[in-house]
Design a protein around this ligand. Structure first.
Ligand SMILES: [Zn+2]
Ligand SMILES: [Zn+2]
Length: 336
């Protein structure tokens, strides 16, 4: 089978021995496609992942062989995420599931950018769902990234009708703005790039050039989806006293980012949100299924063979979000 691995600062395609289910509990799935996540880019660029790593986790896949107590069967097309919380540790008990040791240890084997993947019984029981019939494979691949956003929205725990500002209108920003609207908040988005501002407007959400935000505008909640250091200044300027800043991206420098006195004197709440729980994921699928979050036009599709190009285009902001068609045959867009 074909896999894509990190090798000498490139993404290289390799042929390796086929995966086997053997007598394990779980499923062998054929990956139809896999979204390229911002976290994959970070792991690649900052060399967090070693050579030989198979990145990718936003998969839509078809079950080929299965040995499971769940109702899934061979032929089912499913969405799944990669990590599963234990539900019992100190982190899980406090709702910080993405800090759970078991959560960090569980994964897709070998990774989403692979023709075949092994899913454990735990994946099938906790985070796998049938692909909704009304979603294309590409649309369904937003299941996991939108799950992360659902988690961020819930963690902010704002009041109904509160005003929110989304800083950064890449794919995550556009999804965040729609999710905030779906949860009943007022939303304004901002970015530096004109086409991104226009894209959000096309979804009937107010959007501004960050340099032209109304001077007196203040938000109850700020959602930071931009990784620029400057985004922190924007957040501090536009959050109202007593408001919340939800951090949902990494920044190049970590040192100047902690504004102690602003947090203290202005009674700000700064919250991080990382990876979703099984409930957040189920809620995400519902938002996609009922069309309250629209993903059409967000991703650009690439053939598996062009995965290096997909990484490059994402890094240079040429595309909002890349989606890798790992399986390339005609029956790609399976409807069942
Ligand atoms: Zn992701
Ligand atoms: Zn745990």
């Amino acid at each position: 089978m074909k896999i894509a691995v990190i090798e000498n600062n490139k993404i290289a395609l390799k042929n390796v021995e086929n995966l086997k289910l053997d007598n394990r509990k779980g499923a062998l799935v054929q990956v139809l496609g896999c979204g390229l996540c911002g976290s994959d880019i970070v792991k690649f660029v900052h060399k967090i992942s070693k050579d030989g790593t198979v990145l990718g986790h936003e998969i839509v896949a078809k079950i080929i062989e299965i040995n499971s107590d769940t109702a899934f069967k061979a032929g089912d097309v499913i969405v799944t995420s990669h990590h599963i919380p234990c539900g019992e540790c100190v982190y899980c008990k406090h709702g910080n599931v993405s800090m759970c040791k078991h959560f960090k240890e569980t994964n897709l084997i070998p990774g989403g950018f692979s023709e075949y993947v092994f899913l454990s019984e735990e994946h099938l029981k906790n985070v796998a769902h049938l692909k909704p019939e009304n979603l294309s494979v590409t649309e369904a691949s937003f299941y996991e990234p939108l799950g992360c956003i659902v988690r961020a929205v819930k963690r902010a725990n704002l009041l109904k009708d509160d005003t929110t500002l989304v800083i950064g209108l890449g794919s995550i920003g556009v999804l965040t703005a729609q999710a905030l609207r779906a949860y009943g908040y007022k939303v304004i988005g901002c970015d530096l790039l004109e086409e991104r501002i226009e894209f959000l407007k096309s979804l009937d959400i107010e959007a501004y050039d960050v340099r032209k935000l109304p001077e007196n505008f203040r938000a109850d909640g700020i959602f930071m989806t931009s990784g620029a250091d400057k985004a922190i200044d924007t957040a501090l300027k536009y959050v109202r006293n007593g408001g919340k800043i939800l951090v949902f991206s990494s920044t190049p420098s970590d040192l100047s980012a902690y504004p102690n006195n602003e947090i203290y004197y202005r009674e700000l709440t700064v919250l991080g949100s990382y990876s979703p729980s099984p409930v957040d994921l189920a809620d995400s699928l519902e938002l996609l299924k009922n069309g309250r979050v629209k993903v059409k036009g967000i991703s650009t599709e690439y053939k598996f063979d062009d995965i290096q190009q997909a990484f490059e285009d994402t890094m240079s902001n040429k595309v909002m979000k890349a989606y890798i068609k790992v399986k390339s045959d005609d029956d790609y867009n399976v409807k069942d």
